[in-house]
Write a protein that binds this ligand. Structure first.
Ligand code: FER
Length: 193
């Protein structure tokens, strides 16, 4: 059985590197991991409570400054085992990706023909900006020339996720351009009739 509580494992994974406070975990979700696995502040705190109740994580108080107490979370042996088991699970099917633009296109017949190019152009703009951001991240973390064979396991994981995102956006942009060509040809064609 493939587990559905993915946020649980995202949190266990973060804690496998070092102990963290709830604030630290929330900040991590605003950084790299949040780019491909988003979670809300409120969801994270609900999950932390569950994980404590289930003894997958434990809690201790750390003094931060003179008066400030920070609740720190750390993995228990059970949590470590659960994370390990989850990492080794084989997926049974490909997760359906939610793509709002694809949903709109599915109902293309209800979109006035003259409006369609603008919809594609807007996607092109957004996707091109996203790709530029991803490439910036890539060169920030890995430089332009970095050989993945020289990366340690943690860097390599980041490398894979980031390079996958870049391939996806390049491919999406390619598909948008091809589709836009079809739409332009079709509009030109229809206006002749
Ligand atoms: C990162 C910046 C962006 C990153 C991933 C992303 C893993 C995006 C991923 C995606 O869009 O799938 O640093 O690190």
């Amino acid at each position: 059985m493939v587990s559905r509580r993915i946020l649980k494992y995202a949190i266990l994974g973060l804690l496998s590197k070092e102990d963290m406070s709830g604030y630290d975990i929330t900040s991590e979700f605003k950084k790299a991991i949040g780019q491909f696995w988003s979670a809300k502040h409120s969801q994270i705190y609900v999950e932390l409570k569950k994980l404590l109740d289930e003894d997958s994580i434990s809690q201790y108080i750390e003094m931060a400054g003179v008066k400030l107490e920070k609740k720190m979370y750390s993995l228990t042996t059970k949590g470590k085992e659960e994370l390990q088991n989850w990492l080794l699970e084989l997926d049974e099917n490909v997760e359906t990706e939610k793509d709002i633009f694809a949903l709109r296109l599915y109902f293309l017949k209800d979109i006035p023909a003259e409006e369609i190019p603008a919809l594609f152009n807007n996607q092109l703009k957004l996707r091109t900006e996203k790709l530029a951001f991803l490439k910036e991240q890539f060169s920030f973390y890995f430089g332009v020339e970095k050989n993945p064979l020289n990366l340690d396991a943690e860097e390599l994981g980041h490398y894979f996720v980031l390079s996958k995102a870049i391939s996806r956006e390049e491919n999406y942009i390619c598909w948008l351009n091809k589709s836009l060509e079809i739409i332009k040809n079709k509009n030109a064609d229809n206006s002749l009739r």
